[in-house]
Design a protein around this ligand. Structure first.
Ligand SMILES: N[C@@H](CCC(=O)N[C@@H](CS)C(=O)NCC(=O)O)C(=O)O
Length: 238
């Protein structure tokens, strides 16, 4: 029986979903995106709940194998598919550096960036009440502490969080830190190492997506440029 195409269930308003989407765009892994609109409660339907009883996105289904958690999904994808090793290096120490960051990510970068977004944007929009400045102040100070740790622990003397090249860790982190930009706020406003890192992640990720698409565009599908999106149905953008 023919293998079924990889499916990812995403809502692109969600940070971990965007990280997966960008990775798929950069690596050109053939896939189909199934949109699950959280705002419409599509994650609470019986069909989706069967797929993920936790009712959260992202979810991946690869030929019948169902996987949740962005971190696990990204590592599975780059391990299973033939993609450049730098995304999740095989060399044990380099791989351990990625695992070190991704473990820390879920207790620091993600909750701290998400809390600022929640207090500054989401709650006021949903309730019509003014921003709770005291809570926001505390959340911003926790986030500031996390940003400092990102710089002095992970970015110390290296261009990307886990070494000389981009990994899945950079995608997870950049999507969290850029979430407030959706509302016009930017937690990386001041000139700092993290801002330069964000620029590097953006340009490397776009260049890799471009590089993967270019040979197919020039040699195989020059007369059918629309086919560039055939394998990777929606190229990632940061
Ligand atoms: N640790 C999970 C987090 C997943 C998660 O929190 N997803 C949110 C969107 S960012 C969600 O689906 N929320 C829906 C809900 O809780 O109802 C991951 O990294 O994949």
């Amino acid at each position: 029986m023919a293998a079924r195409l990889l499916e990812v269930y995403l809502d692109l308003l969600s940070q971990p979903c965007r990280a997966i989407h960008i990775l798929l765009g950069c690596t050109n892994i053939p896939h189909t995106v199934r949109t699950v609109a959280l705002r419409k409660g599509e994650n609470r339907t019986p069909e989706f709940t069967k797929l993920n009883p936790m009712q959260k996105v992202p979810v991946m289904v690869d030929n019948g194998f169902v996987l949740t958690e962005s971190d696990a999904i990204m590592k599975y994808l780059v391990t299973k598919y033939d993609v450049p090793q730098h995304w999740y290096p095989r060399q044990p120490e380099r791989r351990a550096r990625v695992d070190e960051y991704t473990a820390w990510h879920h207790t620091h970068t993600r909750p701290h960036a998400a809390r600022v977004f929640l207090l500054e944007v989401l709650i006021p929009r949903q309730t019509g009440s003014p921003v709770d400045q005291a809570r926001l102040g505390r959340a911003l100070s926790e986030l500031e502490d996390t940003l400092d740790r990102l710089e002095d622990m992970f970015l110390r003397r290296q261009p990307f969080l886990c070494g000389d090249d981009i990994t899945v860790a950079d995608l997870l982190a950049v999507c969290e830190l850029m979430q407030p930009e959706m509302s016009g706020a930017d937690v990386l406003q001041q000139p700092r190492a993290l801002q330069r890192w964000k620029g590097r992640v953006r340009s490397v990720a776009s260049a890799k997506a471009f590089h993967r698409a270019t040979p197919r565009c020039t040699s195989e599908t020059a007369t059918q440029p629309g086919d560039i999106t055939h394998r990777s149905q929606s190229a990632g953008r940061i």
